[in-house]
Design a protein around this ligand. Structure first.
Ligand code: MN
Length: 279
């Protein structure tokens, strides 16, 4: 059965258009005409994604997004806002309210479906149950085959371009010895600081499982363990990353999950670009 998408839209024609379109792509679409019902309906339906109109009577989509993102049970569900606003700054306001995606009306059918697909594929940080939970887990789907995703972690020539990299940092050094027992060192300059990420490979089982230790001496003396599990899927693969976390770690489980989610996004971008060049 397809993934579940709740569609909140007061305009009957748009509501039908969105639901028909989603069903044609084999999603399970659930229409909601009255925004005042949206939160209760979301709780009952358990959607994987919410498509949210912004201009509605009684309650605006912006308010609803804020309500959904304040709800412990529902805040992990990605929201794609659909709006006729064209004014500058509107997209920013919608994103500030917490929506993960945004498309403007009149919608392009192709862009709408692509945006839905991208949001459903994006990694979702798993909410930690307690602040001192021992593990952090992030899952992401990739369009690339499992082998390509796996190999990207160990390629000495390219891994330094994305792994442990930040947008504002500059790569200083990347050294990778991709054998069990081998070490890696990736050094990035972030402002005044040089940040070393280093560790040792504990298991390399291509393309399913990679285990390595991770230390960032600048921030912590502790060594964590990262497990990357890659499962081939019908189109592409699904990657699940698990990292241990000390209860007294200086960064929260959520920050760690967000960091990994951003790195996995960067990896997906690289793999997609590479795929296009080969075509
Ligand atoms: Mn409307």
């Amino acid at each position: 059965m397809g993934q579940k998408i709740l569609v909140v839209e007061d305009n009957e024609l748009n509501l039908k258009l969105f639901c028909d379109l989603l069903r044609a792509h084999r999603y399970e679409a659930e229409p909601v005409r009255d925004g005042r019902e949206a939160v209760a309906r979301a709780r009952a339906f358990g959607p994987d994604l919410i498509v949210m109109d912004i201009q509605m009577p009684h309650i605006s989509g912006l308010e609803l997004i804020e309500q959904l993102k304040a709800d412990a049970e529902l805040r992990g569900v990605p929201i794609m806002a659909v709006t006729a606003y064209a004014a500058k700054g509107d997209e920013e306001r919608i994103r500030e309210a917490g929506a993960e995606g945004y498309v403007s009306k009149p919608i392009s059918v192709v862009r709408f479906v692509e945006a839905v697909r991208a949001l459903l594929a994006a990694p979702r940080p798993v909410e930690p149950e307690t602040e001192d939970e021992a593990e952090v887990r992030v899952t992401r789907r990739f369009a690339a085959p499992a082998e390509a995703v796996f190999d990207a972690w160990l390629d000495p020539a390219t891994v330094g371009d994305w792994l442990f990299r930040t947008a504002e940092g500059a790569l200083i050094r990347s050294e990778v010895h991709p054998d069990v027992g081998g070490r890696y060192e990736i050094v990035e300059r972030r402002g005044e600081e040089e940040v070393l990420h280093t560790g040792r490979y504990e298991a390399i089982e291509r393309p399913e499982r990679l285990v390595f230790t991770l230390a960032v001496p600048l921030y912590s003396e502790r060594e964590e363990r990262v497990t990357v599990a890659v499962a081939a899927a019908e189109e592409g693969c699904t990657l699940t990353l698990t990292q241990t976390r000390a209860p007294d770690a200086p960064v929260s489980a959520e920050q760690i999950a967000r960091g990994w989610a951003a790195l996995l996004d960067a990896l997906a971008d690289r793999l997609e670009q590479g795929g296009e060049e080969q075509r």
